[in-house]
Design a protein around this ligand. Structure first.
Ligand code: HEM
Length: 488
């Protein structure tokens, strides 16, 4: 009996090996091993692996990989991505289906993870909730939180300590998103409160750490049901966060005034109820969960990378400081007499704007985007893309492509002053399913980072450059670091 099993297993491995390497022969990619496919090939620093592979496969457009049993097309070329995302949006309008995302999204009922059945409906609900005229303005939340962060940084400086970036910036971003979505903001968040919201940050980190590595059991068909059961029984790393958010949802339902929504959660409930409230509970839980996950980690990482660039390329820090002073002066000549940078200064700060773009070009916070799954076959440039294939966007390869960026590994913000690069720079994605939080994120990064540079000179603790080796995962984090602050 045992021998038969071994024989069947060997036969399956041979069949699997041949299938993975012979099917879709027209598509080039590294050799796939039985069962795992190319998971080992991409398991460490996949961004660098993709960049190397870009030179080898399919004229630099994409590479074919097998993640277990899933065939993955990793796009390396910005023009090729635009062709697919802008010409065939309806064919790639669903996300990757796996045990991990199925549980996280309450069976694809979220927004980031929504499948083709839920997406249009949930996109409409959330768009209306974001643009709700009656709820608080996100800009005032951002300005208030920026004041609070800068106040804390002044305190740190005066008390002779270094400023630790990871926790503080996550606290900053979570306070804004929580205020906007749930009307929950913690006054003394930087002083290390033991509140529930601190627990939320721990849960977010836990989940991103978990998502950082490709899990074999998430990709092999035969193992998927067992892995799903395992996560259901022993817990998914998102469970605790969802429990907290569900409590907020119930509290909102008890106190909501349908004529006067307070925040995004109230607006979502109101919009949902216009359609009869069917599946409201699970859908709103999944959507608010994903807003927190999408909003906190991404912006914190972008801020961390920007601060690193200002330290490692300090001549830009001084130039930007002068630019900010000039912007304040010229605004004072008109009407605004405040000594804070506001969104209205944005057209007056081109070097800052270019430096932020350059930072996100070199270190896109979501380095391979949020994967899509092909829901109907389509053809592009002679390649037939089959239903069920997965699509990843290797932003790292696209944004460091020598065909578009001269000296792509150098921090050169001037390149964005000379050219917009709008055809080959899109860290928030493109097309109908691009990031829904893009303008919120850009406003938040603008207000916070300009005001930090206006108030402080930032430098490394040992006067050496800060390590720029990214930790590849679902997000693209630098190593944790602290900085020295000086008053301007
Ligand atoms: C630096 C910050 C951010 C970056 C780089 C970023 C990037 C992305 C990317 C690459 C996608 C996938 C797009 C695609 O599939 O083509 C996405 C989707 C999404 N993002 Fe962001 N994001 C950021 C911040 C935010 C914030 C602050 C929010 C809101 C709180 C947010 C909400 C969303 C949502 C709801 C989606 C799903 C859109 C859909 O599937 O229709 N993001 N984001």
């Amino acid at each position: 009996m045992f021998q038969v099993l071994i024989f069947v297993f060997l036969f399956y491995c041979i069949f699997d090996f041949l299938y993975k390497n012979i099917a879709y022969r027209k598509w080039e990619g590294p050799w796939a091993v039985p069962l795992l496919g190319n998971l080992l090939h991409v398991s460490k620093d996949a961004h660098l692996v993709f960049s190397k592979d870009q030179k080898k496969f399919n004229g630099g457009k994409f590479g074919k990989y097998w993640f277990g049993d899933s065939m993955v097309m990793a796009i390396f070329d910005a023009n090729f991505m635009r062709e697919i995302y802008l010409k065939h949006p309806e064919s790639i309008n669903t996300r990757l289906k796996s045990p991990i995302t199925s549980i996280l999204s309450e069976k694809y009922r979220g927004i980031v993870t929504a499948d083709e059945n839920y997406w249009a409906f949930h996109h409409e609900i959330l768009s209306k909730s974001f643009s709700g005229k009656k709820i608080k303005s996100i800009i005032s939340s951002i300005e208030k939180e920026t004041d609070s962060l800068i106040g804390h940084m002044k305190f740190i400086l005066k008390s002779g300590q270094n400023f630790e970036t990871r926790n503080n910036l996550m606290n900053f971003n979570s306070n804004i998103v929580f205020d906007y979505v749930f009307s929950r903001r913690i006054e003394n968040i930087y002083e290390g409160s033991s509140s529930e919201q601190s627990q939320v940050l721990i849960e977010i980190r836990k989940l991103f750490d978990f998502l950082a590595h490709f899990k074999v059991q998430n990709f092999i068909k035969i193992l998927k049901p067992f892995y799903y059961l395992y996560l259901k029984i022993f817990g998914h790393p998102n469970d605790n966060l969802k429990k907290i958010l569900f409590k907020y949802y119930l509290e909102h339902c008890e106190t909501i005034n349908l004529d006067s929504p307070r925040d995004v959660l109230d607006s979502m409930v109101i919009e949902y109820r216009k359609f009869g409230g069917k599946e409201e509970e699970k859908s709103i839980l999944a959507m608010s969960n994903e807003l927190i996950l999408a909003g906190v980690e991404t912006n914190s990482i972008a801020m961390e990378w920007f601060i690193i660039q200002m330290i490692n390329n300090h001549k830009y820090q001084d130039k930007i400081y002068n630019e900010l002073l000039e912007a304040l002066k010229s605004n004072k000549l008109t009407s605004n007499s405040s000594n804070k940078i506001k969104l209205s200064h944005r057209p007056l700060t081109p070097l800052f704007n270019a430096s932020l773009r350059e930072t996100m070009r070199m270190y896109p916070p979501i380095p391979y985007g949020v994967g899509r799954e092909v829901n109907e076959e389509f053809e592009i440039e002679g390649y037939k893309i089959p239903k069920g294939a997965h699509i990843l966007q290797s932003y790292y390869s696209m944004f460091r492509d020598e065909n578009h960026y001269n000296e792509p590994n150098e921090f050169k913000p001037e390149r964005f002053l000379l050219e917009s690069h709008s055809n080959n720079y899109f860290p928030y994605g493109i097309g109908v399913r691009a990031c829904m939080g893009m303008s919120m994120s850009q406003d938040e990064l603008y207000i916070s980072l300009t005001n930090i540079l206006l108030n402080f000179k930032v430098s490394s603790i040992d006067d050496k450059p800060i390590n720029e080796k990214p930790n590849f995962g679902f997000s693209f984090r630098p190593n944790e670091y602290s900085i020295k602050l000086d008053f301007r």
